[in-house]
Every structure is written in structure tokens, then in C-alpha cells.
Design a protein around this ligand. Sequence first.
Ligand code: NAP
Length: 463
Amino acid sequence: MPIATVNPATGETLETFQPLTPAEIERRLAAADAAYADHRLTDFAERARLLNRAADLLEEDVPFVARTMTTEMGKPVKAARAEAAKCVKAMRWYAEHAEALLADEHPAPADVADSGASRAVVRYRPIGAVLAVMPWNFPLWQVVRFAAPALMAGNVGLLKHASNVPQTALYLEDLFLRAGFPHGCFQTLLVGSGAVEGILRDGRVAAATLTGSEPAGQSVASVSGHEIKKTVLELGGSDPYLVLPSADIERAATVAVTARVQNNGQSCIAAKRFIVHADVYDAFRDRFVAGMRELTVGDPMNEDTDVGPLSSEQGRTDLEELVDDALNHGATALCGGQRPKEQERGWYYSPTVLADVTPQMRIHLEEAFGPVATLYRVANLNEAVELANTTPFGLSSNVWTRDDDEMARCARDIQAGGVFFNGMTASHPGLPFGGVKRSGYGRELSGHGIREFCNMTTVWYGP
Ligand code: NAP
């Protein structure tokens, strides 16, 4: 894939970039190594000062960087501003909390004595340069939720961003430099995915985190496995959204629309499969479909646009094929099911709700990466949970109910990294984020996220 900014609202190529040469990659790896030697010795106060400075600069840049993101990948500009603001918040959160999250741990005195030590502590030390292979869908947030904890832990970052968001990638390197992080602490590598393996095998790279598709995850994980390097994988999702009889149906339907079409439907944690109890199915369906129909589809730079184009022509083709396959096998489009007629150019797709979905259809098991919802009717909670788990993915889940027993059952039995009751899944700095099954492994954010890329060291003092 060429490294280029191509505006998804028009299909126009605005700027192309040359990938780094092997010599340039080598220079950056050497710079990361040298920067790590110093950065690992800095104290938390100094790292927090720099990260807070980066947050302040980003806050000033919100309008600019939001427009850059929208131009590169098509998200509505108001959502792009919200994404940038969320990054500011996460940077400040890690600047404030990292020291406490990585404080020494003291094993129980009986266990220390049992080990024959006079004392023992568990210390979280940095591990080195971490390669971050990142996707285009939240081009700022995905990177910041890796970079903020990594830099606070004393690691350094190497970013291989998706090839369609090079300007956002370069902005991020510039941001950390302007904030005062020494050269080499955070670098953007403008390279294609073919260069990842060589970088990952380099001895100066300690670990990798990848957010993206399953094939990319498999590739990075297998190279890392061969090199015995730690990885965190944040992959796809097809989150269930259960609506049970005691739910506030009006609210469940309103939130369902946002949960499905956020980021033009291209979010790993978007609710994608709507599983509704028969007693409230009709009421939910009518409100949900009405909400999807009312969305404003159009130029993502317009303040009143709810749904912009998909990020690439291929992305739209993939989605169209998934919907067409379902329609050809008997699904019913309650709205959408095709390109909008109003947009003559750009990679738009109409907000779509599909009913009568069966296991014979690809969309039953595959991730729909765009504004397309599948709607299922179930007879009881058992059926709902079973259907929720009928997916290779396990990122997050949403359940609407006021019944405590139903909540307990879902929190126990839904196979996912998150269960969100009476609200939609979102990531928050202080809460762990990640999945199970083919959605990946490891966690980002919170104390769990920052510790993923630390050397948890047992320090033992003899008698
Ligand atoms: P993608 O094609 O896998 O790309 C993601 C990144 O991986 C890009 O930087 C890409 O580089 C790189 N890449 C692709 N193939 C690679 C390979 N074989 N080896 C090494 N790197 C490789 O994914 P996408 O289509 O951009 O993103 C959408 C997917 O990401 C969806 O499945 C979505 O659910 C998932 N996602 C997950 C999360 C989460 O937190 N779990 C968050 C957001 C998105 P190039 O651009 O140069 O190809």
C-alpha cells in the first residue's frame, strides 16, 4: 500500500510519501537505542513534566490535528476533535498516575521469610524500545494510549502507523519533540508493512504492540514468538448488544445508533450484533431503524455530519460484499443496504440494519467494518448469551437490563474483555482495555496497560 494521504470524501490523492530507506531505518533504531539509555534513568517527575507539556501542546492543536485526521481517514471532524481531547486527558492521567502504578510491590512478610530473604521487592523497570504497529481508525488515540504509558514507564516508542495516515503519524513525532522529549524517545517510521519483520527482529527492539486486523496480528505475533519478544495484540471485534425486557428501550435504541455508527462504523468496539428479546424486539427495532435513517451522511468536515465516508475504497468494497452476501442469502435490509444516492464521489455507505440473518451468511461470523448492524430476535437470556458468544471475537459487549440476576449472569458468561451494562463500550484511561479469543491478548490503559511493557523484577536481599 503506498504511503499517502488520500481524502476518502473525494478519492483525491493529496500527498504521497517515500518510505524510509534501510539506512534511514538503521539511523532511527540507533537513535531509539541511544535515547533509551538515558530515558530509562530519568525520574517520574521529569517524564510527567514532558508528557504534560505534550498534552498542553496537543490541546492547542486540537482544531488542526482534527482536520488532519478527517482529511486522511474521513471521520466526522467533531468526532476527530473529541478523539484529540481524549488523548490530552489520557496523557495527563498517565503523567499523574504512572509513578503510583509502577511503585515497588512488597510481598507478604511470611513469603519473604519463606524465601530466605531479609527483604524482597518487586520492581517495574522499563524494557527498551517498543514497536507500535497501529491502524488508521483512531489515528491519534490508538498511538497515544500506547505512547503515554510507554514513555512514563521509561521505554521509548517506534511508531509504524497505517500507510493512509502519514500526516497524523508525522504530527505525533513532532508533538513529542516539541514537548521536549529527547530525540529518539518517540519516532515515526514511515514504512510499509513489509518492513515490520526486519524491524521487529532487530535486537534493539524489545517488544511490540499491534492494533489492527487478524492477519497483521498473526504476522507480528509469529515473528515476535520466534524472537521471544513480548506482544500485545488488539484485534477485531464483533461486539454483541443485548436488549432484554426490563431495559429502557428508548435509551437502548438511541445509544445503539451511536454505538454502531461511531467513527463511520469503523470501530473495533462498535456494537455490531444487536440481540433483542422477543418481548421488546418490535419496539427496539422500530426505534433503532428510525434512528439509523435519521443520520446525516455526508462531508465529514461539516459540523452536522453524523456519518462520513469509509476510509478506503477497498474498505467499502469489503463491506458491500458482506452485505450483498447476506441479502443474497435471504437477509432483509430494514434500511440502507447500498451506497447513498446523494454522494457522487467518496467512499460512502448508507447506515444499514439487516434482519433475518442466519449462520449461512458471512456477516454472522465476520466483522462488519462500517455502518452496518445485524439484528437478531431471541426467546430468552440463555439464547441471547449463546448467540453473543457465537463469534470468533471477544473484545467487548453491551447489555441492557435492570435485572440484577441477568447482570450477574452476563458478567459471568459473556466471553469478552468487557461487559458494559446500560451504556456503550468505550475506553477510559483508568480502566483496562483488551479482548479474548481472536480479538487478541494483553491489555492497554490503566495499571495493567503500563505494566505490559515493564520488566517485573524480583529484587531479593539475602540475610
Ligand atoms: P490492518 O490492515 O491490520 O492494519 C493495521 C496496521 O498493521 C497498519 O499499520 C498496517 O500497515 C499494519 N500491517 C498490515 N499487515 C501487516 C503485516 N502482515 N505485518 C505487519 N504489519 C501489518 O488493519 P486495518 O484494516 O487498518 O484496521 C482495522 C482492524 O483493526 C479491524 O479489524 C479493527 O477491528 C481492528 N482494530 C482493533 C482495535 C482494538 O483495540 N482491538 C482498535 C482499532 C482497530 P499498512 O497500513 O502499511 O498496511
